[in-house]
Design a protein around this ligand. Structure first.
Ligand SMILES: [Zn+2]
Length: 257
């Protein structure tokens, strides 16, 4: 009797969690109202030069994310003019929990729950409720440690972006933010994790171009521009990036049929 009750409660919790995930997937990809995206800057290395950059950030430094979503969604006949509205929150003092290295499934699940709890607890934003939160952890470009991987959680609608605290890198920071934002909406990676090269055809901006190489644009989830059989470059900004049809289907800009 007690055992049956326990199973019933567990099934109930699972049902609520999956219904919640389903509704948030529908809500974020129905494209009938702009998605509110809040960027939270974090001084990730505690340095003074990083701090100066964080304090200089303005909302307009993120305009190319909005413009990218407007331009690309229009190519897929999305009726909404500005599908994404980016707002800048005040600097966050605490650091997002570090994702586990070489994690097991259990570690990842626990970290994802921890991340969502942290995100709910830490909020420097007091405007309208965001649809998606992007934590932008910034490091001084003089700080020679390699950046941690950025990532996007579809369940939880959270993106973690690691970038450099300098004007000339902001284009790339925004590119990573757009990539992680698309992950939160259900888009998948289209590059080979072993080489970081885009995977043909879906990871290429122009998969039917002849000759195929050099490509001139990157597909946002492919990440890089393959310019020769042995070289793929990270584009400097979203000006050199498109949303390909496979990604458009995943985020509901294009019917899969
Ligand atoms: Zn990715």
């Amino acid at each position: 009797m007690f055992r049956q009750l326990r199973i019933l409660i567990l099934l109930g919790v699972l049902l609520v969690v999956s219904l919640n995930a389903m509704f948030s997937k529908i809500r974020t990809t129905d494209w009938d109202a702009p998605l509110w995206v809040i960027v939270y800057p974090v001084n990730a290395d505690g340095r003074a030069d990083t701090q100066r950059y964080v304090e200089m950030l303005k909302e307009s430094d993120f305009d190319d994310i909005e413009n990218f979503f407007s331009k690309e969604s229009k190519r897929y006949q999305v009726a909404l003019n500005n599908p994404v509205q980016v707002m800048l929150a005040p600097q966050l003092e605490s650091q997002p929990p570090e994702p586990p290295k070489n994690s097991s499934i259990l570690d990842s699940v626990l970290w994802s729950l921890h991340m969502r709890y942290w995100s709910w607890q830490q909020d420097s934003w007091d405007g309208p409720d965001p649809d998606i939160k992007i934590y932008m952890s910034l490091y001084s470009p003089d700080n020679q440690q390699s950046l941690r991987h950025s990532l996007g959680l579809q369940k939880g609608l959270i993106g973690l972006v690691n970038g450099y605290a300098e004007k000339e890198y902001q284009g790339q920071n925004n590119l990573i933010a757009a990539h992680e934002l698309l992950h939160t909406l259900g888009a998948s990676d289209k590059y080979d994790p072993a080489t970081s090269w885009p995977i043909w055809p879906n990871g290429y901006a122009e998969p039917t171009k002849e000759p195929l190489l050099p490509q001139t644009y990157a597909e946002i989830m492919g990440g890089r521009v393959q310019v020769s059989p042995s070289t793929a470059l990270v584009p400097p900004s979203l000006d050199h990036v498109v949303v390909g049809p496979a990604t458009a289907i995943e985020v509901n800009w294009l019917s899969g049929e």
